[in-house]
Structure formats: C-alpha cells, structure tokens
Write a protein that binds this ligand. Structure first.
Ligand code: PMP
Length: 428
C-alpha cells in the first residue's frame, strides 16, 4: 500500500460530491501539487492522516489551534456545553463571559459583537464604518486578505486614476468601485488617496501583521501614520486581527504596537478551533449597530454556546499559563534554529510571535510587490519533502506557519533541522 491510498480514494469520492473536492480552495493542494491528505485525528501538535501517517502540524487549522489539537480542557468545555444543548438562538452566559474576557485583555475594546467567521467580522465592521461615517469608500492593501466578501475581493487598478477592480469572477465592477487598493509600507500613496478622495473614505482596513501573503511585517511608524491620517480625515482605522488577535499577544497587534484602532476584527484564536468571529471597538461606533442604531447585522448561530465555551477556555488557558510569553520563547528558539539551519542560503526566516514564514529571498519583504518570483516552485518541493519527513506545513508558499503552546522545544528543533536539510537539497 502506498502511504496515501485512503486519502487518494477519499479525494476521488470528494470530487464527485464537493465542488473541487473541498470546502475551501487552498485545501485542494493545487499550489503544491498532489492530492490532499485526509486527517483522521489531531493530538497536541500532531495530526494523523487516514493512512496512518503522523505529522508535526505547523498549520494548526490556519491559526486557531493555539493550544494544539484536542486540548483536554478545551474538549471538556465543549463537551460540557454540548450536554446542555448545542444552540439556543438566544442569549446565554458564556457569550457574556467571553465578551468580558476580551474586554479585560483588550482595553481598546469598549463593545463587541460575535459572529461565526472572520469574513463576517470584517464585512460587518466595514458596514458599520460606512454607516458611522456616512461615507462609501474604503482603503485596503494588496497583500492583505480580509475574507471573501464581494468588495474585499478587489485588486489594485492601474494607479491612482483607477479604483479597485474585481479579483474574482462574480463580483460586479460597481461593488469593487468603492474599494481603493494601496501597496503596504508607502505613506505617500495613502496621502495621495486622501488628497483625492479624503471626504469619501470611510475607513482604512489593514492586517496590522499582514500574514496572508507571506508575513509582511510593517514598520510601527507606518501603522502610527495610518492612525494619524485617518483621524485627521474623519475616517476610521480598522485593524483586521483575525490572525494576530490573541496570537501575537493578549491584546493583539493593537497592544503590541500601542495603537488604538477604532474597530478591530477577530477570528481564529478567539474561537479556539470552533467557528467564531468578532468585531468591536469604540462605544460610540458600536452603538450604531442594531438594535441600538441603524446599521443592521445579525446571525442565527452568532455567539453559539459551544463556540463561546471553546473560545473562553482557550483565552483563559493562555492567560493563566503565561501563554504568550511561552509562545514567544519557543517560537524565537525555533526561528533561531531555522536561521542556523538555513545558513547562507538566500532564504529569510520571518517571525512575529508564534507566526512564521519562510521566504525564498534574502531580504524580508514589507509589501506584496517585494516578494520574489519563483517561490511557489521551491515551496512545492519543500512542502512535499516535509510531508515525507513528517512535517505538515500550509499547502501554499504564501501562507504562514503557526506554533502552538504544545509544540515542544525538542520537536521544533528536530523540525528546524529537517527543514534546513530539505532547503539545502533545493539550493544545491
Ligand atoms: N481576515 C484575515 C486577516 C484572515 O486571515 C482571514 C482568514 N484567513 C479572514 C479575515 C477571513 O476569515 P474566515 O476564513 O474565518 O472567514
């Protein structure tokens, strides 16, 4: 039997019932080749596929699993919650407890609302920003991802003369018309956009730690500049912290950089592996939401009891066990081992907290336009060889890796050595 018989069989059945065989496109392994591996179970930092292969998991469900797979306390809280019913469609205690916990960790949040995904969180925050400012246009960045709502799937047009153009079939040009797309790390570009459209811009939305097109770490002064220019023009600053929230520190990137955005969006870690998103911020803005104000937003499963229990247990565990300090220490050690293993190869190891990215270029890029071409091919080799060596990385060159609290120093050090060996094979 080959090591992927069952996975291959499942995938061939999947393509006959699920579009493309998957429920989210990158899972199809198109960017790295081969067929997806079907996961049977996760335990701590490991996943095991249906063919019995075990991998050290650096994907961690794309970020939510900051305590690793099937953490006993998380599982217990879900179990206890499920025994009391899976959904009520009305208010319950754990949503209050999670709301209070988030407010405690994030002093810049006055009020919150829970939704069921990151996409919903950003979509709702932008509607709110538009409702609050009575303006239509938003600025987003090339190299940042904010979920798949229509007007956020916009690409840069040709310079300032052109507004966003749809980045997906099915998005009307009219919808992308109100989206202005800017490169990261470029103050002048933003100044010009405000010069041209100043009183029409409702908000700038940015991932303060851009982690969807590699890891494009921003200069703190650039983020401070955004705070300043939005304030000056009566626009809102929205930090999309779906990845960075409760990951890079207890109060996310806002706390890390000491910048108070008007609104923040959360997802991933806030749900600890169950579907949760949230958005929140300043009281006067959040009070514009229905039922208090005119901006409509709702959800049948929003604040789902199981999801709230899972998120609450995850955040409390991190807080009570000095989670962020531990993550910083072990992730720094892993990055150091990787750097040592990489030696003088033209590869950069980029990291913020427990998020890392291996860039196939000497200098760390700060914007999408600085990412070297040809990474996908090299990454395809790294991904495939890593799988054979028992390491699961995200199936795309432009996705970051995540470290959980249960990745041991020993496992991380062995993995760094193996990745270094594979990279040497690629460059020799
Ligand atoms: N914003 C950011 C920064 C994200 O990374 C993602 C998902 N990767 C989203 C929004 C969308 O979240 P979801 O996939 O939960 O809809």
């Amino acid at each position: 039997m080959s090591r992927a018989d069952k996975s291959e069989e499942l995938f061939s059945r999947a393509v006959a019932c699920l579009s493309g065989g998957v429920n989210s496109p990158v899972r199809a392994f198109k960017a790295v080749g081969g067929t997806p591996i079907y996961i049977e179970k996760g335990e701590g930092p490991f996943i095991t596929d249906v063919d019995g292969n075990k991998y050290l998991d650096f994907c961690c469900s794309w970020g939510p699993l900051i305590l690793g797979h099937a953490h006993p306390e998380v599982v217990r809280s879900i179990h206890e919650s499920a025994l009391k019913g899976t959904s009520f469609g009305t208010v319950h205690e754990n949503e209050v407890l999670l709301g209070e916990e988030i407010k405690r960790l994030c002093p810049h949040i006055d009020l919150l609302r829970f939704v069921s995904s990151g996409t919903e969180a950003v979509m709702s925050a932008i509607r709110l920003a538009r409702g609050y400012t009575h303006r239509d246009k938003i600025i987003k960045y090339s190299g940042c991802y904010h979920g798949h709502s229509d007007y956020l799937l916009a690409s840069a047009g040709s310079g300032l003369a052109t507004l966003g153009i749809p980045a997906s079939a099915g998005v009307p040009e009219d919808f992308a018309r109100h989206t202005l797309v800017a490169p990261l790390d470029d103050e002048e570009f933003i100044r010009e956009l405000f010069g041209k459209y100043g009183d029409e811009i409702a908000a700038i939305v940015i991932e303060p730690v851009p982690a969807n097109n590699g890891l494009l770490l921003q200069r703190p002064e650039y983020l401070r500049f955004l705070r300043e220019i939005t304030k000056r023009h009566g626009a809102l600053l929205i930090f999309d912290e779906v990845i960075s929230g409760f990951r890079v520190g207890p109060s996310g990137a806002a706390g890390l950089y000491g910048i108070e955005p008007d609104l923040c969006t959360y997802g991933k870690v806030v749900g600890g592996g169950l579907p949760v998103g949230a958005f929140g911020g300043k009281e006067d803005i959040m009070m514009m939401l229905a039922p208090n104000g005119p901006v409509y937003q709702a959800g049948t499963l929003s604040g789902n009891p199981l999801a709230m229990a899972c998120g609450l247990t995850t955040l409390k565990f991190l807080d009570e066990h000095k989670g962020w300090e531990q993550l910083e220490r072990k992730s720094a050690g892993f990055a150091d081992s990787l750097k040592e293993a990489v030696g003088d190869m033209p590869v950069s190891i980029i990291r913020n907290g427990s998020i890392f990215w291996i860039a196939f270029q000497e200098n760390a890029p700060r914007k999408a336009e600085e990412i070297a071409e040809g990474a996908a091919e090299k990454y395809g080799i790294l991904f495939g060889e890593a799988l054979k060596a028992g390491i699961y990385m995200a199936p795309s060159a432009y996705e970051v890796g995540f470290i959980s609290m249960v990745h041991s120093d020993g496992d991380l050090s062995v993995a760094a050595g193996k990745i270094g060996e594979i990279l040497r094979g690629i460059y020799n």
